[in-house]
Design a binder for this molecule. Structure first.
Ligand SMILES: Cc1cc2nc3c(=O)[nH]c(=O)nc-3n(C[C@H](O)[C@H](O)[C@H](O)COP(=O)(O)OP(=O)(O)OC[C@H]3O[C@@H](n4cnc5c(N)ncnc54)[C@H](O)[C@@H]3O)c2cc1C
Length: 479
C-alpha cells in the first residue's frame, strides 16, 4: 500500500494520542481526504487528533524523526486545498486534526479577551462571547464547521472586516507546536507588548506550513445592543461604491457589513436553496446588504437606515430598499448572502476567483474582467458577490449552458491568470482571503517572486528545515 507508515511509527503515534485520537479506518478517513467542493482529493494512512499541546508536540516530534509529513486540518472548509494530504510512495503524510482541542480555556470579560484551543468551532466561540456579554466579531458562512485554528491559519476575513478587521487584527497570542516538536508559548492577552519581533504574525495566515496551532488568545468587543439590516437595490457597482462612501461618512463606525451581490447570484439562491426568498424580487441588476450595529443605549439602527436610504435614493445611489423589520427577517437576508457558494453548485461547473482591489476600483475591475471572460468564454455566467466594503469580490464563473463541464474547467488556469492579471493590474491581489494552499502555489511565485518570495522560502527553511509541515503548500523550493 502506497500510504503506509512504518510500523513502529504508527505504533508510537497511537501511543502518543491513545486509541480515541488515532483513526486508520478508511471509511472514517474518507471525508478528511477531500475538500468540500471536490476540487482536491488526497491520501493519508492515518488521522491523528491530539488532546493537548503536549500530545501534539509528541506527534510532531515523532513525525520529524521519521520524516513523515504533517498536514494540519481544522474544519476542512478551506477552499484552496490547504488541508488535504498527498501521501506518495515513500513519502507518507498524516492528517493532524485539531478536533479534540476544543476547550475554551479562559474568557476574561473585563479584559475583553478569550483564550481558546484551536479546535473550537467558530460559532461556539461566538456563542461563548455572547453568553459573557461580549462579541467575537469574525463571521463567515462556514462558521458552523470551521475552527479557530483554521481561521487563524488562513487569516480568514468574512463579513465584518469593514469594522473589526481580519483575523490578524483579532489575534493577541498563539500557542504553536513547531516542526521540531517544541512548543512556542506566546499566548499573551496584552494589547501592548513591544518585545522584539512579533512572531505571532508569522503563523497567522501560514496555512499550517510553519507549525500546528494549539491555542489562540483573541480580542473581544462590546456586544451590540441593536442592529439593523437593509437589502438595497443599486443600479451599478459604481453606485454601490458611492453608497458605501456615503454610509461611512453619515453612519460612521456603526457600518458592520457591506456586501455586494449580482442579480444572477441572488437568482441562483432563490432557485436552488430551499426556503430562500428574494427580498426585492426583480428590482435591479445589483444588490447591497448593509448592516449597522450599535452598542450605544438609545441607538435606533433601523430608523438610521431608513433615513439614510431615503437620502441615498434621492441621489440615485439606491433604486429600492427593504429594511428588515425583525430578527427573523435579518436572518433571512443573510441567508440569501451566505447561501451563494452552495447555490452556485447547482449551476454546473464553476471557476472561482477570490480577488481584492482598492474599493474605488471595484467597478473598473468588474468592467474589465466582464469583458475579458465574455470574450474568452462566450455565454459564461458571471456570479459575482463579496465583501465589497473591503474591496473583496468572489468573482465566480459558471459554465455556459452550451459548453461541457470538462471543456469549461480545462480553461481554469488560463482564465484565472487573465482575471488575476486584471486585479493585480488595478493594484489588487489574486487571493484576498482564501490563501494559497495547493491551488495558487504557481500564482504566488508569479506575483510575489523575487525578494518577497525568497524571504518566504528562507523563513520556511529556518522554521521547518526538514520540510515536514504541510509539504507542497504555499511556498515550495529551497531557500
Ligand atoms: C461556504 C463557505 C464560506 C466561506 N466564507 C469565507 C469567508 O467569508 N472568508 C474567508 O476568509 N474564508 C471563507 N471560507 C473559507 C474557509 O471557511 C476559511 O478559510 C476557514 O478559515 C477555514 O477554517 P477550517 O477550520 O475549516 O480550516 P481547514 O480548511 O481545515 O484548513 C485551512 C488551512 O489551515 C491549516 N490549518 C487548519 N487548522 C490548523 C491548525 N490548528 N494549525 C495550523 N494550521 C491549521 C490547514 O492545514 C489548511 O492549510 C468559506 C468557506 C466556505 C465553505
Amino acid at each position: 500500500m502506497v500510504n503506509e507508515l512504518p510500523g513502529p511509527v504508527a505504533a508510537a503515534l497511537k501511543a502518543a494520542v491513545g486509541a480515541e485520537g488515532y483513526v486508520d479506518d478508511p471509511a472514517i478517513l474518507a471525508p478528511h481526504l477531500a475538500e468540500w467542493r471536490g476540487l482536491f482529493r488526497g491520501a493519508a494512512p492515518v488521522l491523528v487528533a491530539p488532546g493537548s499541546a503536549a500530545e501534539a508536540a509528541r506527534v510532531i516530534g515523532l513525525c520529524a524523526a521519521a520524516r513523515v509529513g504533517v498536514v494540519p486540518q481544522g474544519g476542512n472548509t478551506g477552499l484552496v486545498g490547504g488541508a488535504i494530504p498527498h501521501s506518495r510512495p515513500g513519502h507518507p503524510e498524516i492528517i493532524l486534526s485539531a478536533a479534540r482541542l476544543n476547550r475554551i480555556r479562559e474568557l476574561d470579560a473585563a479584559n475583553y479577551t478569550v483564550v481558546a484551543e484551536s479546535g473550537v468551532i467558530l460559532a461556539a466561540l461566538q456563542a461563548a462571547a455572547t453568553a459573557a456579554g461580549r462579541l467575537f466579531p469574525l463571521s463567515l458562512a462556514a462558521e458552523g464547521s470551521c475552527q479557530l485554528g483554521g481561521v487563524v491559519s488562513t487569516n480568514a476575513g468574512g463579513t465584518a472586516v469593514i469594522r473589526y478587521g481580519t483575523t490578524r487584527d483579532l489575534v493577541l497570542g498563539l500557542e504553536v507546536v513547531l516542526p521540531d516538536g517544541s512548543v512556542l508559548d506566546r499566548l499573551r492577552v496584552l494589547r501592548k507588548d513591544n518585545t522584539g519581533y512579533d512572531l505571532r504574525q508569522l503563523f497567522i495566515g501560514a496555512e499550517g506550513t510553519l507549525g500546528f496551532i494549539t491555542a489562540v488568545s483573541c480580542k473581544l468587543f462590546p456586544a451590540p445592543r441593536t442592529s439593523g439590516t437593509a437589502w438595497v437595490a443599486v443600479p451599478t457597482p459604481a453606485a454601490a461604491i458611492g453608497l458605501l462612501a456615503a454610509a461611512r461618512e453619515r453612519l460612521g463606525d456603526e457600518v458592520t457589513a457591506f456586501e455586494l451581490m449580482s442579480r444572477l447570484a441572488v437568482d441562483l439562491v432563490v432557485r436552488h436553496i430551499a426556503g430562500a426568498r428574494d427580498p426585492l424580487p426583480g428590482a435591479g441588476p445589483w444588490y447591497v446588504l448593509l448592516e449597522l450595529a450599535s452598542s450605544r443605549e438609545g441607538a435606533h439602527p433601523e430608523a438610521d437606515l431608513e433615513a439614510f436610504l431615503g437620502w441615498a435614493s434621492d441621489r440615485g445611489l439606491a433604486t429600492d430598499a427593504a429594511v428588515a423589520a425583525s430578527g427573523a427577517q435579518q436572518a433571512a437576508f443573510w441567508r440569501v448572502r451566505h447561501a451563494m457558494s452552495e447555490a452556485q453548485k447547482h449551476a454546473g461547473a464553476s471557476i472561482k476567483h477570490d480577488v481584492s482591489v482598492p474599493v474605488s476600483r471595484i467597478d473598473a475591475f468588474l468592467e474589465q474582467a466582464g469583458a475579458y471572460v465574455a470574450g474568452r468564454i462566450p455565454g459564461v455566467r458571471v456570479v459575482a458577490f463579496g465583501h465589497v466594503g473591503d474591496g473583496n469580490l468572489h468573482y465566480n464563473l459558471s459554465q455556459p449552458e452550451a459548453l461541457a463541464a470538462a471543456d469549461f474547467l480545462a480553461l481554469w488556469g488560463e482564465v484565472s491568470a487573465g482575471v488575476h492579471d486584471i486585479a493585480v493590474g488595478l493594484g489588487g491581489s489574486f487571493s484576498a482571503e482564501h490563501g494559497i494552499g495547493s491551488l495558487k502555489v504557481g500564482e504566488l511565485q508569479r506575483w510575489r517572486g523575487g525578494t518577497e518570495y525568497r524571504l518566504m522560502q528562507a523563513l520556511k527553511a529556518t522554521i521547518d528545515p526538514l520540510g515536514i509541515m504541510n509539504p507542497g503548500k504555499v511556498v515550495t523550493g529551497p531557500a
